[in-house]
Write a protein that binds this ligand. Structure first.
Ligand code: MLT
Ligand code: MN
Ligand code: ZN
Length: 310
């Protein structure tokens, strides 16, 4: 299985357009050792020919342009992107759908909850009916059903398991503070020939037993790297929300609430990577103590353009 990291940043990307914090300003001035990041999305493929997009970032146009495996190859109009799967309905994960409007109907995989957000609060799907149209394939995660196993016809060689995970509905949702099953999912994708598996969860509010069980089955995990600490936005004067207010588990925990690092320490995966890194996170600075600490734990920070061969 091939995995292409199209974007490794959180909402706003890095540097964020209006941010002059030390990390964003430092990158612009050339004084911070870091690399720019677009908003998070990955593409996966069993054969390198047919690709599945996991989330559609507002930076999708740029991401496709900078990744040759996603360029058109056959005939006048063509794309190796065969389907799009959404893991939640957050703006940074869905608005790239609008950039696919010049193509054929989008083969879209998402839960009923995400479908509902995108037909009401943020009506991207009805809007797209006036352009390319959308074929919705329902991921049956709702109510009592917290996991599902499925295949995608257009992507032979891959099998999928989706799992409802703790998180928030998007800020625009009437259900923001009343989360329901299907608002946020994680995926375990398997290459059916090699048996290799990747676990993908760019937004993960906490790791309980089910999440742990699924992560333990993966050879590679790519998980929520949004924040280093719970109050990092508040302490930097960049915002009023904590990591848990936003549905993200920080890398470093607090008393009684361990962070992502000890979770990753418990896994045998060959590769452990953080993705969806917010512009406030000190791990962006390649020379930071925090980055060194991750390296000591065998944890990598995904970057735009990273290719993983599993
Ligand atoms: C998040 O990951 O919490 C959201 O992307 C925040 C946002 O949309 O600004
Ligand atoms: Mn986000
Ligand atoms: Zn910043």
């Amino acid at each position: 299985m091939k995995i292409l990291v199209l974007g490794s940043g959180a909402g706003g990307g890095y540097p964020q357009w209006n941010c002059n914090c030390e990390l964003c300003g430092g990158l612009r001035r050339g004084s911070t050792h870091a690399t720019p990041r677009t908003q998070s999305s990955i593409a996966v493929s069993a054969d390198g020919e047919r690709w599945l997009l996991l989330n559609a970032s507002p930076d999708l146009g740029h991401q496709i342009r900078s990744n040759p495996p996603l360029h058109p190859r056959h005939g006048l109009r063509d794309s190796p992107i065969r389907a799009v799967m959404l893991l939640d309905a957050q703006i940074d994960h869905v608005t790239g759908l609008l950039s696919l409007r010049e193509g054929p109907p989008i083969e879209l995989y998402c839960t009923p909850s995400v479908f509902e957000e995108l037909t009401t609060g943020l009506p991207i799907l009805p809007t797209l009916e006036h352009y390319c149209g959308v074929h919705w394939h329902m991921l049956p995660i709702a109510g009592e059903q917290t996991a599902a196993e499925f295949r995608i016809d257009a992507l032979p060689g891959l099998s999928f398991r989706a799992l409802a995970i703790p998180g928030k509905a998007p800020p625009y949702s009437p259900r923001r503070n009343d989360p329901s099953v299907g608002d946020n999912i994680a995926l375990l994708i398997e290459d059916t020939a090699s048996g290799q598996r990747v676990f993908y969860a760019p937004g993960l509010a906490s790791v309980g037993e089910p999440e742990m069980m699924w992560m333990q089955q993966a050879d590679c995990v790519l998980v929520d790297g949004t924040f280093w600490t719970e109050d990092e936005m508040i302490e930097a004067g960049l915002g009023t929300k904590s990591a848990s207010d936003m549905g993200h588990l920080p890398q470093v925990g607090r008393p009684g609430r361990p962070g992502m690092i000890p979770v990753l320490d418990r896994l045998n995966a060959r590769r452990k990577l953080l993705i969806h890194v917010n512009n406030s996170n000190p791990i962006l600075d390649e020379r930071s103590d925090q980055r060194r600490m991750l390296a000591q734990h065998g944890i990598e920070v995904a970057h735009d353009g990273l290719e993983i061969d599993l």
